[in-house]
Each structure stands twice: as structure tokens, then as C-alpha cells.
Ligand binder design. Structure first.
Ligand code: ATR
Length: 298
């Protein structure tokens, strides 16, 4: 190797001044956030790097203390730490506090503040398609963690919600929480053919927050094609595959569709802006994310 080869493009990326961001989770091997965020840093000419950290549940407190000790600028937080991380932070943004989950941490000179960009990323993916939630009838499938953030932000923006879940108790609990917070009636029920048919009759927007349709079970869908009309918009938060059976069926019916990669990109863009104070290069993040997901499939 010639001595000049040492200064190849990769070794030039990191210097003594480079700021560090990353993502903590377990498992973390399948994350595409490093690919997406590093492409965004390069695009903007920022001296930042983004690294995956596999953090076990029992090591979470030490990992969060390590942010300060190592002067890390910020982290994304993913499964299983989004709720558990909250007590270890100095401050939590009101949106994240209300939702009860943090997916982004910013280290402001030793003060750690938590945010939820999943909810704002979801909203942004709608607004980018000119879908305004106010006054719209929205049917949400699922009542887990992702559904909670999505239901909250939609109710906050004035949508009328119907939440359907395989186990209706979880849908009712989530609906009750939204009703108490926003003084807005929310319909809750079983995720069955008849309740779905009734709900979709008047619906403007359908959101799948469950894992049904995710690879490898890519032919599965919770909404039979005949219940989908052309005036409906359909969002699936699954990004593997990029287009689920639900979205393929909806598109055939002439409905507007939004895939899960858009929420992934928009939550990442919001986190990027919190860490760098710069506008995120969303197009580069989207194309890099799609490329990374396509490569991973092979
Ligand atoms: P997340 O944080 O991604 O929302 P979660 O909290 O585990 O994950 O929630 C998963 C959601 O998908 C739940 O609403 C779950 O329904 P149940 O509460 O009835 O378990 C839903 N889900 C998962 N597999 C499903 C299936 N095969 N059919 C219908 N709903 C399913």
C-alpha cells in the first residue's frame, strides 16, 4: 500500500472534530438509519458520523450516561428502549411526554432532551401528499406502540378516529386515552370483516399499524380489496416490503397510497434537524433508504 492510500475517502470521513450520532436498540443489525443518516451528513457537508449501538435492556442506564461521558451529540432510540429510556433523560418534549415514548435524544452540552419524531414523521408523510388530517375520518388498524403515537398526532390535528384491533380491549383502552386527552369521541372495536366494512364506508384515510403484510408473509392483508374505494388514502407503516399487499390492492382501486419508508425517512429527517440545526436533505435520505432496503432483500 502506498502511503497516500491511507487518506482514502473513508479514512478522511472521521477527524478529531467529528460529531457523533447513533442509534441504540436490540436487535440493531437490520437498521438502515446509519446508511440514511450518513448519506445525509455527507450530502450537507457536515462533519458528523452515525453509528449503530447494540444496547441490552439491562445496560440502558449506563448507555444513556455514556452519551454525556462520551460527548455524543444525539441518538435515535428503537425497540425495546423507547419507553424505558424516558426516566434517564433530563427533559422530555411535551409531544413525546404525552405519547409516552422517545425515539430521539439530543445532547445539549450535557443536558439530554428526548423527542418523538415517529409521530411528527408520520404527520409529515401525510402532509407531503397533501393529506390534511383535520375533519377527516381515519380508520387505524392496530393498537400497539406505533398506533398510540399515530392516534395521538391525528387526534391532535383534528381527525375523527376509529381504532380496530384483533383484541378489542387494547383498542378500547387507546380510544379511552385519546377521548380523555382531547375530549373527542373515538370509536373502538374488533378488527373483523363487518366492523371494518362499516368503518371504511365513511373513511377518508386507512392506516395499518400492525405487522400484517410484513415480509415474509407478504400476501397477508387485513383489508379485503372490495372494501377499498378510490377516494380512500391508505398508509401502511410497514417498509419491508416497500409496497405491501394492502397498498398494491389499494393502488389498483385508484386509492392514494403511502408506504412505511416515508415515515422512516421523515422521522429520520426530523431527528437530523434536531442534531444539526440544518434542513434535512429528504430526497437523498429517501433514495438511500430505498436503495438500502432493496439491497437487504437480495
Ligand atoms: P408496535 O410497537 O410496532 O405497534 P406492538 O406494540 O407489538 O408493536 O403492536 C402490534 C400491533 O399489531 C397490535 O395492535 C397487534 O394486535 P393485538 O393487540 O391484538 O395483539 C397487531 N397485530 C400483530 N399481529 C397481528 C395479526 N396477525 N392480526 C391482527 N393484528 C395483529
Amino acid at each position: 500500500m502506498k502511503s497516500t492510500d491511507i487518506l482514502n475517502p473513508v479514512s478522511k470521513l472521521i477527524s478529531g472534530k467529528t460529531r457523533i450520532c447513533g442509534i441504540i436498540g436490540d436487535p440493531i443489525e437490520h437498521t438502515i438509519s446509519p446508511t440514511m443518516q450518513n448519506a445525509a451528513f455527507r450530502q450537507m457537508g457536515l462533519d458528523y458520523v452515525f453509528i449503530p449501538f447494540k444496547v441490552k435492556k439491562e445496560d440502558l442506564r449506563e448507555a444513556i450516561e455514556g452519551i454525556k461521558a462520551l460527548n455524543i451529540r444525539g441518538l435515535n432510540v428503537t425497540i425495546p428502549h423507547k419507553v424505558a429510556v424516558m426516566p434517564f433523560l433530563d427533559e422530555v418534549d411535551p409531544l413525546a411526554e404525552n405519547i409516552g415514548a422517545v425515539n430521539t435524544i439530543v445532547n445539549n452540552e450535557g443536558l439530554l432532551k428526548g423527542y418523538n419524531t415517529d409521530a411528527s414523521g408520520f404527520l409529515q408523510s401525510l402532509l407531503a401528499e397533501n393529506i390534511q388530517p383535520a375533519g377527516k375520518n381515519v380508520v387505524i388498524l392496530g393498537a400497539g406502540g406505533a398506533s398510540r403515537a399515530i392516534a395521538f398526532i391525528l387526534a391532535d390535528k383534528g381527525a375523527n378516529l376509529t381504532i380496530l384491533n384483533r383484541h378489542s380491549e387494547a383498542a378500547k383502552a387507546l380510544a379511552g386515552w385519546i377521548t380523555r386527552l382531547f375530549r373527542r369521541e373515538v370509536i373502538a372495536g374488533d378488527l373483523e370483516k363487518e366492523s371494518l366494512r362499516v368503518a371504511l364506508k365513511e373513511a377518508d384515510l386507512l392506516v395499518n399499524t400492525t405487522s400484517v403484510g410484513m415480509s415474509p408473509d407478504t400476501e397477508d392483508t387485513l383489508a379485503p380489496s372490495r372494501l377499498i374505494k378510490s377516494t380512500l388514502s391508505v398508509v401502511d407503516i410497514i417498509y419491508n416490503p416497500l409496497k405491501t399487499r394492502l397498498l398494491i390492492d389499494a393502488e389498483k382501486k385508484g386509492a392514494k397510497v403511502i408506504g412505511g419508508v416515508e415515515m422512516l425517512v421523515q422521522q429520520g429527517a426530523a431527528a437530523f434537524e434536531l442534531w444539526t440545526g440544518r434542513k434535512a436533505p429528504v430526497d437523498v435520505m429517501r433514495s438511500t433508504a430505498i436503495e438500502a432496503l432493496n439491497v437487504r432483500k437480495d
